[in-house]
Structure formats: C-alpha cells, structure tokens
Design a protein around this ligand. Structure first.
Ligand code: FES
Length: 248
C-alpha cells in the first residue's frame, strides 16, 4: 500500500493515491496498465501509483498535488486552452489547471454518465478510456488530457443501440443501484478490446479496481464473459479486425 495517511497533515486531496502516472505525458516512460489482468492487481496498482507520485513531482508542467491544493473558491488567474476528442467529437476548452478530467466531463460538458464516488482513485466509478486505456478520471487533471482521445460511457451506444456489453449488463442484471455501472462498463470495454474472450478470472482481475457497493460482482462478471463469448468469437473469425474501437 502507499504511505499511511496522517489525518493531521493530509486531506483527501493530498493522499498519495492520486494516479499521477496515468498522465499521457508519462506514457512513454511508465505506461499505466493497472487493469491488465495478466500483470497487476488493484494492490499492485495502488503501490505503483504511490511510488510514482513520489517520483513524479510534476508531469507536463503541472503537478496534481499543487494544482488541486489551491482553494476552489479562489479564481484561477488564467485558463488553459486544450483540445480533447471525446466520444469522437473534438472539444476546444478553456480549463482551470485545478480541474480534473471528470469535473470537465460532468460540469463543463454535461457528460454525467461518468460518476464521482471516492474522488481519490479508490472506487473506479469515474473510469473512462483515455487513448485506449482505462484511467480514473478523478485523478487526471484536465490539462493532462490535452490532445487525448477519451471514451466515456456515453460513447458506447451507437445510433441509439446499446453496445453488446451494455445489453449484456441489462440481460444479466449487472446494475443494482447503478452508480458503479458506467465505470464497470468502461473497464470491461478496455478488457474486451484487448482480450476479446476473457474467462471469469480474467474479468475479475480486470475489474478489480471497480468497486460495487451492492456487491453484484457475480452478475457483472457473467455479463462480461457472455459478451466476450459472442463478440470474441466474431473477432476470432476475423483475425485482421482491429481491436481498438471494436464495439463491445
Ligand atoms: Fe475516481 Fe472513485 S471517483 S476512483
């Protein structure tokens, strides 16, 4: 685990669990693959993240800690122009250096399908795909996402039709209260794009960073396995089919 939190000195925003190594600016030196079922558990992810936070005081010129430490009531002196492709649409935005990606998605773009649960890299409710990888959007500064390709839960359905994975969640009663569902869907989408026909253990490992307070894990795993059984078979029949962007 990362270093213990001293409640006298730390706030929720200043814990060592923020996923600074998820930054796309860091991708070439330390790509995060925390949802890779072959290589890392949730504990591995958190441990690695804690080390990376210590080692990476600043990323892309802006540190998560310093950016978030400023009082939210104090207007930022400047806004930074960024361009993010979200669900296939390019957005030109002016963002405060303190804003996280999930705040921009929800508050600036009204993409409220991405949820905020813990707001500190623990629950997975805020999971989105950034450049094809699952990341916690609560732990990404929006300025880090400049130039990135982001997929949110709103981008899964096509032409009004649920994706096969979304339909499988419905068929297998994957959502209970539903609050974690969008994050579960995004992590499962990342898994299926890389492992088209995962077994139950692979699904459990891939979704280890997505908590469900209803404890509906069995149904969620069933839904993902069932999706892979169908869409994975389709991919197996078309070996040249690019997996990234595959509708799952
Ligand atoms: Fe981001 Fe919980 S809200 S991990």
């Amino acid at each position: 685990m990362s270093a213990p939190i001293d409640p006298e000195k730390n706030t929720a925003k200043s814990t060592a669990t923020v996923a600074c190594n998820n930054s796309p600016h860091n991708a070439t030196t330390n790509p995060v693959q925390y949802l890779d079922p072959k290589s890392q558990s949730r504990r591995d992810f958190i441990q690695g993240t804690g080390v990376a936070v210590v080692a990476s005081a600043t990323l892309g010129g802006v540190s998560f800690e310093s950016a978030r430490a400023a009082s939210p009531d104090t207007p930022s002196a400047t806004l930074t122009p960024i361009a993010i492709t979200i669900n296939g649409q390019v957005h030109q935005l002016q963002v405060d250096a303190r804003w996280t990606l999930v705040e921009v998605l929800r508050d600036q773009l009204n993409l409220t399908g991405t949820k905020i649960g813990c707001d500190r890299s623990e629950c997975g409710a805020c999971t989105v795909l950034m450049n094809g990888k699952a990341v916690y959007a609560c732990s990404q500064l929006a300025v880090w996402a400049d130039g990135a390709d982001v997929l949110t839960v709103e981008g899964l359905a096509q032409n009004g039709n649920l994706s096969p994975l979304q339909q499988a969640f419905v068929d297998h009663n994957g959502p209970q209260c539903g609050f974690c569902t969008s994050g579960q869907l995004m992590s499962a989408t990342a898994l299926l794009q890389n492992s088209p026909s995962p077994d139950a253990n692979q699904v459990r490992a891939a979704l280890v960073g997505n908590l469900c307070r209803c404890s509906n894990y069995m149904a969620i795993v069933e839904a993902v396995v069932a999706t892979g059984a169908v869409t994975g078979a389709a991919v197996a029949g078309k070996p040249d089919t690019p997996r990234r962007g595959l509708s799952v």
